[in-house]
Design a protein around this ligand. Structure first.
Ligand SMILES: [Zn+2]
Length: 351
């Protein structure tokens, strides 16, 4: 596994991210395996091409075009000499990496969500994807590629002003993070890292460096709120819908909850469904219990018919808040005139 310092430095410093394939290869070294697949033509053609030999190191030859369509690369220098060589048209094509593919590869390697919100960003800043640790907690991830501390600093401040924190802010290398940028980062919920520190290449693919896990866990610890008695919530996995939620009553005070594979045994207090003095289950909890007994159906004639409509409303709101799933957990069935739970609701079972 190798670090790709040359690749990241090139992405940061190469003007307009544009060069011929030969230049990309010379500049990125081992990182060329990653960037090669991403290169696409810009439609422009280079006027100079690089040449590398021991005597002169890396130097450039000028392109001279002939009427028959062929072209030669000639070294123009008063004091030194290097033989001209023929250059094919495709060798002069100026190529640029497909940044959205690169961003997807970064997400894949780091376990981030590659979906973007198409945010409008300063020139040189890319929306990589988002960090989506739990349902309803989604933090954007940015990548700033620019070869100057002042520009990185400006774009960091711009992103913070436009979108607020928390967010993740990548640079290609740590070289251009100024003290002022670091001060903003440490005073806000911003995780700022250099791709050269958190990515390695293994068998031609980007992969996370060992330090990444610790960094992202520390960030999650800072920005993802923890459940409290006054603000209970479930660690619902990203993208979960009601169809993937099961609530099974163990007894009158405890349920077993499973949401898309994450399960917990919870009391009514832990579900935020205790009444104000927290000594007894709330009306909504009792209503949920009754609905379970009624096989997930809210029949407005059951129990206290006068209160059922407002209880249904409050129970929906409690469940939405607890699981942070936005839509109503109950669906109206016109044929019966009853509401039916979209999740699986199981009453106490006799073993
Ligand atoms: Zn040469």
């Amino acid at each position: 596994m190798t670090r790709l310092v040359k690749l990241w430095r090139t992405l940061e410093t190469l003007p307009n991210l544009s060069a011929t394939r030969t230049e990309w290869k010379l500049k990125t070294g081992e990182g060329y395996a990653i960037v090669e697949r991403l290169l696409k033509p810009t439609g422009r053609s280079a006027d100079v091409v690089p040449c590398l030999n021991e005597r002169l190191g890396m130097h450039y030859h000028d392109i001279v075009e002939y009427t028959d369509g062929s072209a030669q690369a000639v070294f123009v220098d008063e004091f030194q000499d290097c033989p001209p060589f023929l250059v094919e048209r495709h060798e002069r094509a100026i190529m640029t990496p497909d940044m959205s593919s690169l961003c997807r590869q970064i997400c894949l390697a780091l376990g981030l969500d590659p979906r973007t919100q198409m945010l409008s960003l300063p020139h040189g800043v890319y929306e990589v994807g988002c960090y989506y640790p739990l349902e309803a907690f989604r933090f954007p991830v940015f990548l700033a590629l620019m070869p100057a501390t002042s520009r990185i600093e400006e774009s960091l401040y711009a992103v913070a002003a436009l979108y607020g924190d928390p967010f993740i802010f990548f640079t290609a290398t740590p070289a251009f993070l100024s003290d002022r940028a670091l001060t903003l980062i440490s005073s806000r919920n911003i995780l700022a890292l250099a791709l050269s520190d958190c990515l390695l290449v293994s068998e031609g693919r980007l992969t996370a460096a060992g330090s990444w896990n610790a960094d992202i866990l520390a960030f999650a610890d800072k920005v993802v709120p923890k459940p409290e008695p006054s603000k209970a919530f479930f660690p619902t996995p990203p993208g979960t819908t009601w169809a993937y939620v099961t609530i099974r009553f163990i007894d009158g005070y405890t349920v077993f909850v499973n949401a898309a594979g994450v399960s917990q045994r919870l009391s009514y207090t832990e579900m935020g469904m205790a009444n104000r003095r927290e000594s007894r289950p709330s009306k909504q909890w009792e209503f949920l219990y009754e609905i379970a007994e009624n096989h997930g159906t809210i029949d407005f004639h059951m129990g206290n018919a006068k209160k059922n409509k407002s209880w249904k409303y409050e129970l929906s709101s409690d469940l939405r808040g607890f699981f942070r799933i936005n839509d109503d957990p109950f669906i109206y069935d016109e044929s019966t005139g009853h509401w039916q739970a979209k999740f699986t609701l199981i009453p106490i079972q006799d073993d």
